[in-house]
Design a protein around this ligand. Sequence first.
Ligand code: FES
Ligand code: FES
Length: 153
Amino acid sequence: MLFTVNGEPRTVRAYPMERLLDVLRLDLGLTGTKEGCGEGECGSCSVLMDGALINSCLVPALQAAGTRIVTIEGLAAGENLHVLQQAFLESGGAQCGICTPGMILAAVSLLNAKPTPTVEDVREGLSGNLCRCTGYGQILEAVMEAARRRIVA
Ligand code: FES
Ligand code: FES
């Protein structure tokens, strides 16, 4: 199938019902996208598909054909981290890191829709993403800080 991943056209041989998560990790080596539950509950496998946040463990390759996918590897510009990556790093919003790529992509999706979110908006925007380590406080702080920096930038 042919699709665009992080701005590059990519062709892979995949079974139609192969999970997009496996295509990304195993066929393309993009292991930043994580598997948590494997059944649509935790958000660890979140990526953007044509700008919408999706759980890649639930999307078959067939459905991803012809789309534009953005994974965590597509956010930094060379050595420069994305504002959300930097804010997560500084606030301690990433600990074991399993939820982090999905959290950051959920936050990208949220800030694209609501550039000046309230804490409640952030809570709601990240409600599909579970974290077992941080207690969520640092994650909320990171997203609010990234929103502030984007306003200033
Ligand atoms: S691994 Fe996809 S939602 Fe948990
Ligand atoms: S940092 Fe470990 S699950 Fe969130």
